[in-house]
Design a protein around this ligand. Structure first.
Ligand SMILES: Cc1cc2nc3c(=O)[nH]c(=O)nc-3n(C[C@H](O)[C@H](O)[C@H](O)COP(=O)(O)O)c2cc1C
Length: 227
């Protein structure tokens, strides 16, 4: 089985007879073909920026749904495994997605768990938790202006039980792929988004009431309407 070989190579230091590449000297670099700037994908990827200023205009429920759909949703199936809109090592999908709603049309403020296989939000706690999340995010001002915060939580056992310590790398990568999807879908919708990696780890876990060393917040993302 292909998978078995992969696991062996990723968790065991195997000895291979490998010789190093011999680097050439004085070689002229080869210029690449620049894509046309009008290309839809190129425009999207070059226009993406971390946006830290948002207006008070609420985000629409459709836009929230669109971003979550892009971040992670079922986009295929292989051997009974539901595949998502982002790649995941061994299709383990070890990231749970939470959404703090502050300012979204037709949606109550609160902390929700996003169920990506059923494409639905599940309310965990009602209320406006913006101030708590601002404090947890080391009081970064833009959190106070944002319409939502998407929180990516690693459930690393889902990966490490299979890949050992190497699984931690994969968990972090998975979160980055989701983050890219959030950035690009926000750009596409003309919304502002910024990823947040600076936060108080233990306070975040306490706030979400998540426990255990294997479970931790990897990243958070603010999204809001642009001023
Ligand atoms: C892992 C990671 C953590 C980050 N954490 C923060 C953060 O806590 N606060 C913030 O304002 N920006 C944060 N950023 C955004 C970077 O500052 C930003 O991506 C970088 O300055 C490049 O700008 P650009 O995203 O507009 O291209 C983070 C980015 C990454 C990849």
């Amino acid at each position: 089985m292909i998978g078995e070989k992969f696991i062996k190579e990723s968790s065991i230091k195997i000895e291979l007879k490998i010789s190093s590449i011999k680097r050439e000297k004085n070689i002229k670099p080869i210029k690449l073909v620049k894509p046309i700037p009008e290309d839809f994908f190129i425009k999207l990827i070059t226009e993406r920026r971390s946006v830290r200023e948002y207006s008070e205009k609420p985000m629409s429920f459709e836009h929230l749904s669109f971003i979550l759909y892009s971040a992670s949703s079922v986009s295929g199936e292989r051997m009974g495994i539901k595949l998502r809109t982002y790649p995941s090592a061994g299709a383990k999908y070890p990231i749970d997605i939470y959404v703090a709603v502050f300012n979204v049309e037709n949606l109550e403020q609160g902390i929700y768990k996003y169920n990506d296989t059923k494409f639905q939000l599940e309310l965990l706690a009602k209320g406006n938790y913006k101030k708590e999340l601002y404090d947890i995010s080391i009081q970064q001002d833009f959190v106070m202006q944002s319409a939502i915060m998407i929180i990516l939580v690693a459930r690393s056992l889902r990966s490490t039980y299979r890949y050992g310590e190497r699984g931690i790398r994969y968990v972090l990568m998975d979160a980055s792929y989701i983050s890219s999807n959030i950035y690009l879908s926000s750009t596409y919708l003309n919304l502002g988004s910024c990823v947040i990696g600076s936060f108080a780890d233990e306070a975040f876990k306490k706030f979400l009431n998540i426990k255990g060393d294997e479970t931790f917040v990897v990243l958070a993302h603010t999204v809001g309407t642009i001023k």
